[in-house]
Design a protein around this ligand. Structure first.
Ligand code: ZN
Length: 299
């Protein structure tokens, strides 16, 4: 699932290309091909019709990330919220409707992971903003920009870990779940926004903390190491264009590179890469999610 660095990479891309373009049309088949037709998302046909009416003719202003959500602000006091969930990612380029699907001949957009287009915006420059989502779990809604403080998808989010989350606030947030296992707490969006399975594994590996440690047992030094690792790892992944071990691609359809720097995530049975450590990376299900950690230096 795209986490903070991937969503940031997408948002930066949107800001490069969308500014001042107008939405000419929008198409989706989510409401035809999805089982869970939630009334308050575009997976419901009526909602999609309303969505279409509201956005066609509006101009892109800018895009923003909040937690793992992409917010696309339009003229007319309108904001589109996209949560990419497991396999969703936004793509920009020239598409054509061919053999009952949207396809692109552009080199990177024709990557097999980019072919599951279930939502597409036609833009005033003749190009498209497409949304590929193989598993169709994504959420797309619209709201009035000045009412963002009432949007439930945003109100429950904890603070952003970068750029300026203080050590004190980081500690306070973690200790809001004193009895929780730290891996689960780090991924809790109400505690700190934007961290998921990949980055929680990497942060705990770098901070020498075992994922099953109970929050309240962490000492100041461990919390400080986690705080530092959180910032460093997220920033470094953004510089690499995010993580494309799974489906994620940037808006041009290209892979990021963070998957080549994993120290823990999906390295089960491999040697630990920490200098002087002779541990082996172990995989264990913690809080319903697979966790990867070193059996020696993470305590
Ligand atoms: Zn180790």
């Amino acid at each position: 699932m795209p986490e903070l660095p991937e969503v940031t990479t997408t948002v930066n891309g949107l800001n490069e290309v969308l500014s001042k373009l107008t939405i000419k049309d929008v198409w989706s088949d989510y409401f035809l091909r999805t089982k869970n037709k939630r009334k308050d998302t575009i997976k419901n046909k009526k909602y999609f019709e309303k969505f279409k009416n509201e956005i066609v003719g509006e101009k892109f202003k800018n895009a923003e990330r909040r937690g793992k959500n992409v917010l696309i602000h339009l003229s007319g006091n309108k904001t589109i919220l996209i949560h990419m969930k497991m396999t969703g990612h936004l793509l920009y380029g020239k598409y054509v409707w061919e053999n009952n699907s949207w396809t692109s001949k552009e080199e990177f957009l024709s990557d097999p992971f980019n072919k599951f287009v279930h939502l597409i915006f036609t833009l005033s420059n003749g190009k498209h903003l497409a949304f590929s989502d193989m598993r169709k779990f994504a959420k797309v809604i619209i709201f009035e920009t000045d009412k963002r403080h009432d949007v439930i998808d945003l109100t429950g989010l904890g603070p952003e870990p970068i750029p300026d989350l203080s050590l004190d606030l980081f500690k306070n947030q973690i200790l809001k779940k004193p009895a929780g296992k730290i891996k689960t707490v780090l991924m809790d969006q109400s505690i700190i926004a934007g961290i998921g399975n990949i980055y929680s594994d990497e942060i705990l590996w770098a901070a020498n903390v075992h994922p099953e440690r109970i929050s309240s047992s962490l000492n100041n030094k461990e919390l400080k190491n986690m705080w530092k690792a959180t910032k460093e790892i997220l920033v470094s992944s953004i510089k690499m264009g995010g993580d494309s071990m799974s489906d994620y691609r940037n808006i041009y359809g290209q892979k990021g590179n963070f998957q080549n720097s994993h120290k823990a995530y999906r390295r089960a049975k491999e040697n630990c890469l920490k200098k002087g450590c002779e541990g082996i990376i172990t995989r264990k299900i913690i809080g319903g999610r697979s966790s990867h950690f070193c059996n020696i230096h993470q305590k």
